[in-house]
Design a binder for this molecule. Structure first.
Ligand SMILES: [Zn+2]
Length: 163
């Protein structure tokens, strides 16, 4: 499970259906008003694409604000929140004024916040053979990206959400 921190966005009503090229990058094949219209338009693509014919085509909503998302594993989000003294809530779901989160992030960065480094090894839950190594993560990378996200949310007059 993971948590995505993002700027509160509103759906535009536009949906995009995508396929993937040989390198695995998403390639837009249809853009239309409404999910059903996008899937209907994309059905022609199924006649020339074995993957989409087999697995189907999903259309994704286009939001009015995109980008800036920061995704963390639940465990990392909890540790990051504890480290910067910001409460993401027990269920890791919520919203706030971007100034609140930005303040906590900037204080952590100004204090030359020590990156969260966890180098632990533990035996797998199966108890034999496999060993799980938790390499931790560098919180400063996330903090910089969250700061950028908060600044953009303030510029747009939107809340920051996570969940
Ligand atoms: Zn396809």
């Amino acid at each position: 499970m993971s948590v995505t921190i993002s700027i509160d966005a509103v759906p535009t009503g536009i949906f995009v259906a995508a396929c993937y090229d040989a390198t695995g990058d998403a390639v837009e094949i249809v853009r239309a008003e409404g999910y059903e219209a996008a899937v209907a338009l994309a059905s022609e693509h199924k006649t020339v694409c074995e993957d989409c014919a087999t697995y189907g085509i999903l259309a994704s909503p286009v939001m009015d604000v995109e980008g800036f998302e920061v995704n963390l594993a639940n465990t990392n989000a909890r540790q990051l929140g504890a480290t910067i003294d910001f409460d993401f809530g027990d269920d890791l779901y919520g919203a706030c004024d971007p100034a609140d989160l930005l303040g906590a992030v900037l204080i952590a960065l100004a204090q030359e916040h020590t990156p969260i480094e966890r180098y632990e090894s533990r035996t797998s839950i199966f108890g034999v053979g496999a060993r799980v190594i938790d390499c931790g993560f560098d919180a400063t990378n996330y903090l910089s990206r969250i700061a950028d996200l908060c600044v953009e949310a303030q510029r747009l007059g939107r809340e920051v959400t996570w969940g």
